[in-house]
Ligand binder design. Structure first.
Ligand SMILES: [Zn+2]
Length: 407
């Protein structure tokens, strides 16, 4: 019973912390723009960006409040015990029971969240001119997401429970092994096998942009034969670029929206930033950090998973791996909160390093003007609260990056 209330307290406290951070951040929505980045918006665009921020903020309060209420109701009304019984009526095999159990939970929570993501895409993003998603794409994205989740999640979970049944407490080592193999494969082949399910990628065509990129790449001694353009415009006008894979699988992906919005020099600067991530080993460090965190989480899970208190807390009489996993998942949130703070901190450090790399090997000015355009076109918040940045931002703010690049 105590454990039950600890779980409820964790859910409520993390909601309250989020709300405090959000409202602190919202208090600065109307701040005057810092002098150095004043030119991002004209008067009218700035007003528009403020409306957008406020609308997103209100919508965020609504969705997180409803999600908290739904979760609490589920806990108080013994929803997990109910679904557990339902799953047990399907099979006697613990692995199948767990898969059915999580299948039901996932589908139910997806059904609950779909109206909100629909509203977010087709009402809010649409109103500000960001949305390019058709209802058909939205629907098929959902279906593909479900299928992928079922196959990938199902296989991994099935394997982990099987290890648990056959090796007991040591299962976490085997689970860690299989999750590591999976993570590395995903890192290598995500762009090649998963992205095509959702987007079209084409090699960047010959022309001045490609030759400028190649000139830059050879100057810094970087083999970059895989430059792809992805049809991000299929879903949104917001632009992006990213680096993925390593070794011979490394590639740079540019959104078609980025190519449309930025001039060639700015695109090369953004690309130089991405090359900086690679050159400073950020890709490998991030991968290693993810692997180590997974190992730690699984080890911790192995200490608790056999404890019947976890299932008792959820009012389930028969202890099982999947019920233990749910209880552990909530109990783990304070720790994952801390790890995500650390990861964001590290990520912001890496962004500075990548910016510096672009500055030193290419130029600072086109990167600045490119970043400004990206902020303008996504109606970014240019005056976030420092605590909010500390907790949630994986990138430094535009102002911080501007000042660093100007140094
Ligand atoms: Zn970056």
């Amino acid at each position: 019973m105590t454990l039950f209330y600890i779980i409820i307290a964790i859910l409520v406290i993390s909601f309250v912390i989020d709300q405090i951070l959000d409202s602190l951040n919202a208090k600065h929505f109307n701040d005057p723009l810092p002098e150095e980045i004043k030119d991002v918006f004209d008067e009218e665009e700035y007003k528009k960006s403020q409306r957008y921020k406020k609308e997103r903020y209100k919508f965020g309060i609504l969705t997180s409040a409803i999600s908290l209420i739904a979760t609490l109701l589920f806990f108080f009304l013994d929803g997990f015990a109910y679904v557990d019984n339902l799953a047990r009526s399907v099979s006697n095999n613990e692995i199948i029971i767990a898969l059915v159990f999580f299948g039901i939970i996932m589908i139910a929570s997806d059904i609950l969240s779909t109206p909100f993501s629909y509203y977010s895409t087709f009402i809010i993003e649409e109103k500000y001119g960001f949305n390019k998603t058709t209802r058909k794409t939205f629907f098929f994205d959902k279906v593909k997401g479900w299928l992928m989740g079922a196959i990938v999640g199902g296989l991994l979970l099935g394997a982990i429970i099987w290890f648990y049944q056959s090796t007991g407490k040591n299962f976490w080592l085997y689970a860690w092994g299989i999750v590591t193999v999976f993570t590395v494969l995903m890192n290598l082949f995500y762009a090649r096998f998963i992205v095509p399910l959702f987007n079209k990628q084409t090699p960047l065509e010959e022309g001045t942009l490609r030759s400028q990129i190649e000139t830059y790449a050879s100057k810094v001694g970087f083999t970059l034969d895989k430059i792809f353009v992805i049809d991000g415009s299929k879903r949104s006008t917001k632009a992006n670029a990213y680096f993925s894979g390593f070794g011979s699988e490394k590639r740079v992906t540019l959104y078609d929206t980025l190519i449309k919005d930025l001039n060639e020099e700015e695109i090369v600067a953004v690309l130089a930033h991405e090359v900086g991530h690679y050159k400073r080993n950020h890709i490998i460090i991030n991968l290693l950090t993810a692997i180590i965190t997974t190992g730690f989480t699984l080890w911790l899970l192995s200490l608790f998973i056999g404890n019947p208190l976890l299932s008792e807390a959820l009012n389930v009489s028969k202890p099982s791996f999947h019920i233990g996993l749910i209880a552990f998942g909530v109990l783990y949130t304070p720790i994952s909160g801390i790890t995500s703070l650390l990861m964001n901190y590290l990520s912001r450090k890496f962004e500075y390093q990548a910016d510096n790399y672009a500055k030193n090997t290419f130029a600072a000015l086109p990167l600045i003007s490119g970043l400004k355009k990206l902020s303008k076109n996504s109606l970014s918040n240019l005056t976030p609260h420092p605590l909010y940045v500390f907790a949630h931002y994986s990138h430094p703010t535009l102002l911080q990056r501007f000042r660093n690049l100007k140094k």
